[in-house]
Design a protein around this ligand. Structure first.
Ligand code: ATP
Ligand code: MG
Length: 323
């Protein structure tokens, strides 16, 4: 059984008499100990998908339908009380700005201890400190941080604190949403290395949202490509990132400079994301797709499995490069 099964998930934001369809009909299975990178342009619905899984969508304006089954439980049908138990303990998240949620006036160790006590109210001070120092070791932070204030730490250290916090109850699923994007490449590389080591040790499952395809290539087993709320391609990194099938994936990859290979033009994808509040027919990418033909403007393509675990939503299933 998969650890997480997202089935036909739709998320609509209702704002100013508009309906923004931020996630559309997404179906995604995450197996235990998978590491899945979610990539796509800004505004393609990546964070909305993560927030839906965590049930942290703004409930007054967002409407989520479909199923999000975590370990046999449908999170969309779970009460807030039960969800509070699942968050942190079973599913935890690190955002780009997670570090901002710490209070500036209390020491790091004290704040982490408070969070620990929420789920373990009877724990002793000794136990709490022991656990926090153990987490520091896991993410390679010195013990003295326990008595530091947030402003005394560098961005990289703060992000390590956020990651340590996300691991405080050894969750089964860790969601990183641009968690290391703001850091320099060296620090980002170190943190991602630590996270991958932790995965081995703690049998973690990871969903990682990032703009950076090269980070997915070096740290994930699988990749999911999103565009305007739709999942367009999904599969093993070794397949999708070397022989992308969807014209959008092909365009996205050709937008990235290759470090090892020869220098290519950064062709990118002409055009921009469609307005998500306007109804459309056919494939959502058709307007920007150089290969689109008649059917693409009429019928929405379904996700079709090419080989085991490799799925593409494209009428043409073209394998060649966009020229
Ligand atoms: N709280 C909200 N209210 C209204 N619309 C929202 C809200 N949050 C997101 N959206 C809209 O939903 C769409 C998807 O946004 P989302 O933040 O999920 O994209 P993303 O892929 O995470 O982008 P980025 O890479 O920039 O973080 C966008 O059109 C965005 O404007
Ligand atoms: Mg986002």
């Amino acid at each position: 059984m998969s650890l997480l099964e997202v089935k036909n998930l739709n998320v609509i934001y209702k704002v100013e008499r508009k309906e923004i369809r931020a996630v559309r009909n997404v179906t995604l299975n995450v197996e235990s100990q998978d590491s899945i990178g979610i990539v796509g342009e800004s505004g393609s619905g990546k964070s909305t998908l993560a927030m839906a899984i965590l049930q942290l969508l703004p409930y007054n304006i967002a409407e989520a339908t479909g199923e999000i089954i975590f370990d046999g439980i449908d999170l969309l049908k779970t009460s807030q009380d039960e969800l509070r138990n699942i968050r942190w303990k079973d599913i935890s998240v690190v955002f780009q700005k997670s570090m901002n949620s710490l209070s500036p006036v209390h020491k790091i160790g004290f704040q982490m201890g408070d969070i620990y006590k929420v789920h373990k109210p009877n724990s002793t001070n000794e136990e709490i400190k022991g656990r926090i120092l153990e987490l520091f070791k896991l993410v390679n932070l010195p013990e003295r941080i326990y008595d530091s204030y947030p402003h005394e730490l560098s961005g990289g250290m703060m992000q390590r604190v956020s990651i340590a916090l996300s691991l405080i109850f050894y969750p089964r699923l860790l969601i990183l949403d641009e968690a290391t994007t703001a850091l320099d490449v060296v620090t980002q590389g170190q943190i991602l290395d630590e996270i991958m080591k932790l995965e081995e040790k703690l049998h973690l499952t990871r969903i990682m949202i990032t703009h950076d395809v090269s980070v997915v290539a070096s740290t994930c087993k699988k990749v999911a490509v999103m565009y305007a709320g739709y999942l367009l391609e999904l599969g093993y990194v070794s397949d999708v990132l070397t022989r992308p099938k969807h014209p959008y994936t092909q365009g996205l990859l050709s937008s990235f400079p290759s470090l090892e290979g020869e220098r290519k033009d950064l062709r990118g994808i002409p055009g921009s994301l469609p307005d998500l509040s306007i109804a459309h027919e056919g494939c959502i990418f058709a307007d920007r797709c150089k290969k689109a033909n008649n059917i693409c403007f009429v019928k929405t393509p379904e996700m079709v499995e090419l080989t085991k675990g490799w799925k593409v939503a494209c009428h043409l299933m073209g394998g060649e490069d966009i020229e």
